[in-house]
Design a protein around this ligand. Structure first.
Ligand SMILES: Cc1cc2nc3c(=O)[nH]c(=O)nc-3n(C[C@H](O)[C@H](O)[C@H](O)COP(=O)(O)OP(=O)(O)OC[C@H]3O[C@@H](n4cnc5c(N)ncnc54)[C@H](O)[C@@H]3O)c2cc1C
Length: 612
């Protein structure tokens, strides 16, 4: 046995092509949306200008991320245009996630949430223009502070206050106690730091609900008076500088109130055209829509890239086991099932991401996110901002974590190396379970609202052939209906004996979460079926055949993973499941001949995703 690895392993994961094909055919559109090739080229060049750095020292890391963010912002259209263009925004989020998840999180916080709030809700006032310009060029760094650290579900009960002072028409920002300190990423180092701060807005002694304010936190001389930073809090799954931030009488000019058409008159009375604090909260959080429309693209992109890396590694790595000394790792069926299964899930995620972009585009055109839509929520305001998009957020991030974890486990020690990115991708998805709208709370609320809705109309009879791409979405549709029926029955049964919502729902939350998750999985499974139909006309037949096999493989493996729940609810019977393992193998065989073509389309350029 050799004691040295036979190949330069650090680079084994990082071989091959330099650029994906320009957006043209239906598969390219599925992968990258309608981004023109020159946009993708500019994005690629901006990301390739800086090599990846692990940068464990926080000071070094922030300087590196500052540089990358600045280069990126200079290459991108101005925020007000970028944020209106769903496909380009999603491409930026996806490509930065692949290049460096910390950069992606910085883009999300700085560009999507902070600048996005200013662009969507702020008035174009000369006195805040310099702040907006500094954010647009990324010369200043922007944070987004909504979470209050001391209590759960803080997004439903903001306690930070912005009190209108009629003497100088400023708002005075205050943190009532340490439990209401904001939690968020605020980069270390010197330089201007701004934040969009969500605060309960009081004028004329009346509470008008939660509005965002653009506040200066720090300048080149350090933290500004009235702003308190905790020491940096490190978070190893997504290494950035997090802090608790408190405000003590910080004066925010009227123009920095992101008032979205609301006004305070000369007598100090606040007029809000939305009319209710609930509608105002939903509107103040409307940038969540952009995040959830774009984040699934990052989930899909990192899942694809992780799988491509793990596949290349498995093909190049020689084994010395006694069954077949010298055989490549990928010759083993166990490795093929795992990695082709991961590729299938990455493809399914790509279909879901395309649909999330489409939904965001439609919502933006229809002016949704204006505070008017309101399914009931008990745990978090997010599903009230957009139910399907919040479902896509929760579902795709979890599914991508599953894919990346599998790739990492199947890649030995190179899978654990930071430079190979898999730990970063995994940490990113773990962090986005609570971040960007807590996924579990989103799914609880979706499950509850599905139980409260009228039962859906009977679905058409489903095919019994699991090799048919319509099989898995229709199984999930039936399963969702059964779970909803069971939950409704349990809720009604408990409601006859219990008279408060907590007593009724408390034992039912896991079931509500499962229903919410099944709803999201069903949407994603339908997206695969729909995408395969769209891909059919313009895609090379052998590639199309492999994509169809991937779509079916993703569904069949998901059915095996969910067997317990499907059997318990009698959605499937044991004899429905029995042929599935054999089908997995035949689907793998259908994918194998097209693997090089799939890897070339699914992977990202080496100069943004390769080892330095
Ligand atoms: C990497 C990262 C970056 C972040 N960046 C920012 C940022 O820039 N700005 C910002 O404002 N915030 C940020 N956050 C905070 C994020 O928004 C919160 O973590 C999230 O809203 C969840 O809140 P929490 O952490 O207080 O968890 P909690 O609300 O305390 O929840 C803890 C657990 O209990 C469950 N739970 C909570 N309430 C209930 C309930 N009523 N019933 C049943 N179960 C419940 C939750 O699902 C969760 O599993 C970030 C978080 C992370 C991890």
């Amino acid at each position: 046995m050799t004691t040295h690895p036979p190949l330069p392993l650090r680079r084994v994961l990082m071989t091959s092509h330099t650029r994906p094909a320009p957006a043209a055919g239906p598969l390219d559109r599925l992968l990258h949306g309608d981004c023109p090739p020159d946009f993708l080229d500019a994005l690629h060049r901006a990301l390739a200008r800086h090599g990846f750095q692990v940068a464990t020292d926080p000071g070094e890391r922030e300087e590196y991320l500052d540089g990358r963010l600045r280069t990126l912002h200079r290459a991108l259209p101005p925020a007000h245009l970028l944020l209106r263009d769903t496909d380009r925004l999603a491409a930026v989020v996806a490509w930065t996630a692949v290049a460096d998840p910390r950069l992606c999180m910085s883009v999300i916080t700085h560009t999507v949430l902070c600048l996005g709030s200013v662009v969507r809700l702020g008035a174009d006032d000369p006195s805040v223009r310099s702040a907006v310009e500094a954010l647009t060029s990324a010369d200043a760094r922007g944070s987004y502070l909504v979470t209050e650290a001391g209590r759960a579900n803080s997004h439903l009960a903001t306690r930070t206050e912005a009190v209108f002072d009629p003497r100088d028409r400023c708002f005075v920002l205050s943190t009532p106690d340490s439990a209401a300190a904001k939690f968020g990423a605020v980069p270390a180092g010197r330089g201007r730091r701004l934040a969009v701060v969500l605060a309960r807005t009081i004028a004329g002694e009346r509470d008008h609900g939660v509005f965002p304010f653009l506040a200066d936190l720090a300048g080149t001389e350090g933290t500004l008076p009235g702003v308190d930073f905790s020491p940096p809090l490190e978070l190893s799954s997504l290494p950035l500088t997090f802090r608790l931030v408190s405000f003590h009488g910080v004066r925010v000019p009227y123009a920095a109130w992101l008032r979205d058409g609301a006004t305070v008159d000369a007598g100090g009375t606040l007029h809000d055209p939305l009319g209710s604090p609930e509608a105002r909260l939903r509107r103040s959080l409307c940038v969540g829509q952009e995040l959830w429309g774009a984040l699934p693209s990052a989930a899909a992109a990192t899942a694809r890239q992780a799988t491509v890396l793990a596949l290349r590694h498995a093909r190049a790595r020689l084994t010395q086991g006694h069954l077949a000394p010298g055989a490549p790792l990928f010759a083993y069926r166990s490795q093929q099932r795992a990695l082709l299964g991961a590729l299938a899930d990455a493809f399914a995620l790509t279909c879901a991401a395309a649909r999330a972009r489409e939904l965001l585009g439609t919502a933006s055109e229809a002016g949704e996110g204006n505070g008017s839509r309101s399914p009931g929520t008990a745990f978090a305001p997010w599903p009230a901002v957009s139910l399907p998009l919040s479902a896509y957020k929760a579902y795709t991030v979890r599914a991508a974590e599953h894919v990346v974890t599998e790739c990492r486990r199947r890649s030995g020690w190179p899978g654990l190396l930071d430079v190979n990115r898999l730990p970063g991708y995994q940490g990113f998805h773990q962090a986005f379970e609570p971040a960007g709208g807590d996924s579990r709370l989103i799914l609880y609320d979706i499950g509850r609202s599905l139980a409260d809705a009228d039962p859906s109309a009977p679905r058409p009879a489903r095919t019994t052939d699991p090799a048919d791409p319509s099989w898995w979405p229709s199984v999930l549709g039936d399963h969702e209906d059964t779970l909803a029926r069971q939950l409704r029955r349990a809720r009604d049964h408990r409601a006859r004996r219990q008279h408060d919502d907590f007593a009724v729902w408390n034992p039912l939350l896991d079931a509500a979460g499962e229903l919410g998750e099944t709803y999201a999985a069903r949407l994603a499974a339908e997206d695969v079926h729909r995408a395969l139909e769209h891909l059919a006309p313009g895609t090379d037949p052998p590639l199309r055949e492999a994509l169809e096999a991937l779509g079916v493989l993703s569904g069949v493996r998901a059915a095996l993973r969910r067997a317990g729940s499907l059997l318990t609810a009698r959605t499937l019977r044991p004899r429905d499941l029995a042929p599935l393992p054999g089908l997995v193998d035949s689907l793998c065989d259908r994918v194998l001949p097209q693997l090089p073509a799939l890897e070339a389309r699914f992977g990202f350029p080496d100069d943004i995703a390769g080892a330095p």
